[in-house]
Ligand binder design. Structure first.
Ligand SMILES: *[C@@H]1O[C@H](CO)[C@@H](O)[C@H](O)[C@H]1NC(C)=O
Ligand SMILES: *[C@@H]1O[C@H](CO)[C@@H](O)[C@H](O)[C@H]1NC(C)=O
Ligand SMILES: *[C@@H]1O[C@H](CO)[C@@H](O)[C@H](O)[C@H]1NC(C)=O
Ligand SMILES: *[C@@H]1O[C@H](CO)[C@@H](O)[C@H](O)[C@H]1NC(C)=O
Length: 396
């Protein structure tokens, strides 16, 4: 009898256990996952680049699209608040901030902003087309703001809460960021089923980057300190130590994405060279839009034409702005104005990146100044090599 009762209760407990497991599986598959899965049609685009590489221009290309909510460098707040840390120490905070912003959760800024805040607390808020139009900004019927300075005056009353509300109404959230130095930090975002993340990795000839950085030297000194881990001391990058880190990061990102890449990166990475973009904007922008699941409208096409066919290279004071200037000439300016010794030094620290990404090295001042010699080599159509999906989870 005793043995029978024992068997009975054993069977009973197994049954109870089984139902609990089944229930758990059911909960996870139905209610739970349908809540975290990405909403249909939502796309999250990260323009991953470096300082002075044309990323503001690419950001604008997306910002102009009516379906896009765009923010420029939100992680600026992390770096400014925690400026005595290194880029490496801050990368997780930067990642988590980006993650929240993609999900339109702006409470993440609590850590970096005063309690009393409005839209103008947000770095470069007036660049964002969404924050400069109705219904966020109280405008007259048919009134449109096309200028950042007008937006600053007219739309600065928006409450901070409104930013979050408005963000949620757009299908595409696009963020431009220059503060990532490796791709693996972003893996959790790529695997998150509630995000549909696409990464546009924008690169530019390091010699053109270095020249442009020289022109904005003061503005970059705090960030340089963070890159070089100087405990809050601002530094000018006269020996190109920051350039070395930037070039190293491009190699790391590109190689991680294209060689033995985990399967969750499939169709989520695109490399764009600024020079290709400037030479054939329509083709390159069409490709980026396609990648980001956006259509190219007629008015966007004419905007692209205007912005790339303006006059003269950029003035010093407008180094942080995008105007209708001749982008092609700007991209060649280093060849006329930079001393060859500097060019040689940059080539030395960035050789690996330049070889990998298709930039020609020059051997002499003559070659540097010989404008008929093309510095941009045909892009190798990169062959993606995927890891078998079984092993991909062990690779990060
Ligand atoms: C904010 O808007 C007011 C008018 O609403 C304007 O007087 C003020 O100058 C603006 N602030 C800035 C920083 O532009
Ligand atoms: C917005 O906040 C800033 C401080 O962050 C303040 O100087 C400004 O007056 C505020 N603007 C409005 C319109 O409330
Ligand atoms: C960093 O600088 C602060 C002062 O700004 C100083 O108190 C601190 O000891 C420094 N830390 C290191 C590791 O040098
Ligand atoms: C662009 O550069 C070419 C060659 O360097 C020059 O002839 C032309 O005048 C420049 N155009 C502008 C608009 O600066």
């Amino acid at each position: 009898m005793g043995r029978l009762r024992n068997t009975k209760s054993a069977v009973l407990s197994i049954l109870v256990l089984q139902s609990m497991v089944l229930l758990l599986i059911y909960i996870r598959q139905s209610g739970f996952t349908s809540q975290v899965e990405v909403q249909k049609g939502k796309v999250h685009v990260l323009i991953l680049s470096s300082w002075r590489s044309g990323s503001s221009f690419v950001g604008q290309v997306f910002n102009q699209h009516p379906n896009v909510f765009y923010l420029m460098e939100p992680a600026w707040h992390v770096w400014v608040s925690l400026y005595q840390n290194s880029a490496s120490a801050l990368r997780m905070a930067v990642r988590d901030l980006i993650h929240s912003v993609f999900q339109c959760d702006m409470s993440v800024f609590d850590a970096y902003m005063p309690e009393k805040r409005n839209v103008s607390s947000l770095f470069q808020w007036a660049v964002s087309h969404a924050l400069c139009s109705s219904p966020v900004c109280d405008l007259q019927e048919n009134e449109e703001i096309s200028d950042e300075s007008v937006c600053k005056k007219k739309c600065n009353k928006t409450s901070f809460e409104k930013v979050e509300e408005v963000c949620k109404t757009f299908s595409h959230v696009v963020i431009k960021e220059v503060r990532f130095f490796d791709l693996k930090t972003l893996y959790p975002l790529l695997r998150d089923p509630s995000l549909n993340l696409k990464i546009i990795h924008l690169i530019r000839d390091p010699r053109a980057v270095a020249r442009s950085r020289e022109q904005s030297m003061k503005a970059l000194m705090r960030d340089n300190g963070i890159v070089l881990n100087t405990n809050g001391t601002e530094v000018a990058d006269t020996s190109y130590h920051v350039m070395r880190e930037i070039c190293r990061s491009h190699v790391q990102i590109y190689e991680t994405a294209t060689q033995k890449a985990p399967s969750f990166l499939k169709e989520r990475y695109m490399m764009v060279r600024f020079e290709d973009l400037v030479r054939d904007p329509l083709t390159e922008i069409s490709e980026m839009y396609k990648f980001a699941e956006l259509d190219l409208t007629a008015s966007l096409k004419s905007w692209i034409y205007d912005i790339t066919h303006g006059e003269g290279p950029g003035e010093k004071q407008e180094a942080f702005k995008i105007t209708s200037r001749n982008a092609l000439n700007v991209s060649q300016a280093w060849r006329k104005t930079m001393a060859f010794e500097k060019v040689a030094k940059i080539q030395e620290v960035c050789k690996g990146a330049m070889n990998l990404l298709g930039y020609r090295l020059v051997d002499s001042e003559r070659e540097q100044k010989l404008l008929s010699l093309d510095m941009v080599l045909p892009r190798k159509r990169y062959q993606f090599i995927w890891l078998p999906s079984k092993t991909s989870t062990n690779q990060d």
